[in-house]
Design a protein around this ligand. Structure first.
Ligand SMILES: Cc1cc2nc3c(=O)[nH]c(=O)nc-3n(C[C@H](O)[C@H](O)[C@H](O)COP(=O)(O)OP(=O)(O)OC[C@H]3O[C@@H](n4cnc5c(N)ncnc54)[C@H](O)[C@@H]3O)c2cc1C
Length: 560
């Protein structure tokens, strides 16, 4: 167990987290789930009120579910009946070229209610802007007694030794400083991570992608347009609107379903500051009409990045989220990959702090998560390249037979090639830790895919999902019955005895729940009689009988 030394101010915590964005807040909430105390430092006093990511993918929603907050998060963002479609237009007041249908929240509820027993998506992707969700996470974190929040505090000095870490933070309001000691420190402090710089760790990969659209410097603008729905979008509502014509290309996201939107534009002069009037003018051309518009804020960002840090950890200091991987937003993987980092790291920190995690357990964080960051950044960049190659014929806006043919061709192209970015379920649910030293298996890794998730209990992947009874609500999913430690599933009507594994777990202090799933469908889905599931819901081991050396399996999966 880590020793916290206590400084002159006597401020200590089990884990110190630098950065209270979505990844830092989720890490603190996971740690709280395991009963671990953390202190979170964040430069701003509250949530940054500028829209960013819109997609909380089905894996992130499962993580929210584990924390008991998925239902509340589903209420954020667009109204429940608002379509979540991605629609392509020449201009918002002109021709619609193509539409990917995606279910509204009301339809999501119906789909879940009608799902079959082994449906793999108990928590479908939710579209709600990150700023609404971050606001919720911050308010929720304030209610948890294990979490100390230092918002409005910038952490600026870090040190570590064999016993623990120390950091100093400055309060922006009164320049007061505090020094905290902790067992571990995690930098969730974004792309400019001070913690990563302190460790001397660099990103590797591509920092940009030069192409006509979604490449290089982009501007994201948050705006209010009170008449846009009434006058132009009424019958053609969508979650994201792509405008494609010979003159311009724009992406616009619906935020609240009434009057707020975010648009991405590519400025002609990459070095110029965002200009309200220029953005409004671009919006008018994108609509094909002038309407009342109030620009709320702008944020420049660079599209096309696919950067991954060379290491995710250095002894007692770890990094997660944008601090170790920067994505281009196509596919919506950035925040989601960071939340999955936090899920992977939290149980390992908790196991080590509570004494049942082995001395190699924390090493597995980098080993397991860095390949996923490479996989996901590569997938996002490939999707961005596809978006960039759409050919836009000069006559596609003509009200003529040849214009109609050109519109049909562009519509067919985007329908065929651009759909993967809206349903990348393979990326979402298919992250696997094959070859990790804490996965007890010699089985071959299943095929990886961006667009497809094939459930398998081959150790390393996410535990396949199964509904346990007729109810399709909270409490009815296998994931609602897993413990906060390891869970040993006994599958099928005649499962083997597991007393030796249970005794070995008890001896080592490894928290282990045993869950019987007698149903034939669950046994068939898993293809084995036993499956050992880690606290982050990945399978650590499987077999048809209790392992001959249960202690060796437990040693391996806990990094001893
Ligand atoms: C236009 C756009 C669209 C996107 N769309 C999506 C999407 O659809 N889906 C998706 O998953 N992702 C998306 N992303 C990416 C997503 O926004 C980021 O991946 C996510 O915000 C990363 O979260 P984080 O917590 O790691 O870092 P951040 O959100 O950057 O948070 C870091 C926090 O650390 C704080 N901080 C920094 N330094 C210090 C310090 N020294 N002391 C104290 N605090 C500090 C900062 O103030 C900040 O609050 C998008 C990004 C952009 C720009």
């Amino acid at each position: 167990m880590a020793v916290m030394r206590g400084n002159d101010q006597g401020l200590t915590s089990e884990v110190a987290i630098v950065g209270g964005g979505p990844v830092g807040l989720m890490l603190s909430l996971f740690l709280d789930l395991y009963g671990i105390q953390s202190v979170v430092f964040n430069t701003e006093t509250g949530v940054r009120w500028h829209p960013k990511g819109n997609s909380h993918n089905s894996r992130t929603m499962e993580h929210y579910r584990r924390l008991g907050i998925s239902t509340a998060i589903r209420r954020l963002g667009l109204p429940p009946d608002h379509p979540k479609d991605a629609a392509y237009f020449t201009r918002l007041s002109a021709w619609e070229l193509a539409r990917f249908r995606m279910p509204s929240e009301i339809e999501v509820a119906r789909l879940i209610a009608a799902a079959n027993q082994t449906d793999q998506i108990p928590e479908p992707m939710h579209r709600a802007n990150q700023m609404y969700v971050e606001d919720f996470l911050l308010k929720h974190a304030r209610t948890r007694s294990n979490i100390t929040l230092r918002f409005g505090w910038q952490a600026d000095q870090f040190s570590q030794n064999a016993d623990g870490v120390s950091l100093t933070a400055v309060c922006a309001a009164d320049s007061k400083t505090e020094t905290w000691d902790a067992g571990y420190l995690v930098g969730c402090d974004g792309g400019h991570s001070a913690v990563r710089h302190f460790l001397g760790i660099h990103y590797h990969g591509y920092d940009r992608l030069e192409q006509a659209y979604l490449g290089g410097r982009m501007i994201s603008s948050h705006l209010r347009a009170p008449t846009l729905y009434r006058d132009h979008l009424g019958q053609r509502r969508a979650w994201v609107y792509w405008v494609v014509n010979p003159e311009l290309r724009i992406t616009m996201f619906a935020l609240n379903g009434t009057d707020e939107f975010m648009i991405f534009t590519k400025p002609a002069d990459a070095n110029a500051a965002p200009d309200d009037e220029a953005i409004k003018h671009t919006l008018y051309r994108c609509i094909g009409a002038e309407i009342p518009v109030e620009i709320i804020s702008h944020q420049p960002w660079t599209a096309g990045a696919a950067l991954v840090a060379e290491r995710f950890a250095d002894r007692r200091i770890m990094l997660a989220g944008d601090a170790v991987h920067l994505f281009t937003p196509t596919g919506g993987f950035g925040m989601n990959t960071g939340v999955d980092d936090a899920a992977n790291l939290a149980w390992k920190l908790s196991a080590v702090l509570r004494g049942w995690g082995g001395s190699h357990l924390l090493d597995s964080y980098d080993i397991e998560r860095r390949p996923i960051a490479v996989r996901n950044t590569t997938a996002a960049r490939a999707l961005a390249k596809q978006v960039g190659v759409v050919e836009i014929p000069a006559g596609m806006e003509d009200d003529s037979p040849s214009g109609a043919v050109q519109r049909q061709e562009v519509g067919a192209f985007v329908s065929t090639y651009l759909g993967a970015q809206f349903a990348p379920v393979g990326v979402e649910l298919g992250a696997r830790y094959d070859g990790s030293p804490i996965i007890a298996s010699n089985e071959a890794a299943p095929t990886d895919s961006v667009v497809q998730y094939i459930p398998t209990s081959v150790p390393g992947g996410r535990a396949p999902h199964v509904w346990l009874g007729p109810e399709r609500s909270i409490g009815g999913s296998l994931f609602d019955r897993l413990g906060t430690g390891f869970t040993l599933l006994r599958l099928g009507p005649n499962p083997p005895p597991v007393a030796s594994l249970a005794a070995s777990a008890q001896e080592r202090g490894v928290p282990l729940d045993i869950l019987d799933l007698p149903d034939a469908a669950a046994r068939e889905l898993y293809g084995s009689d036993l499956a050992l599931i880690r606290p982050d819901q990945h399978i650590a081991w499987r077999g048809d009988s209790s392992p001959a050396d249960a202690g060796a399996v437990l040693s391996r999966v806990t990094g001893a």
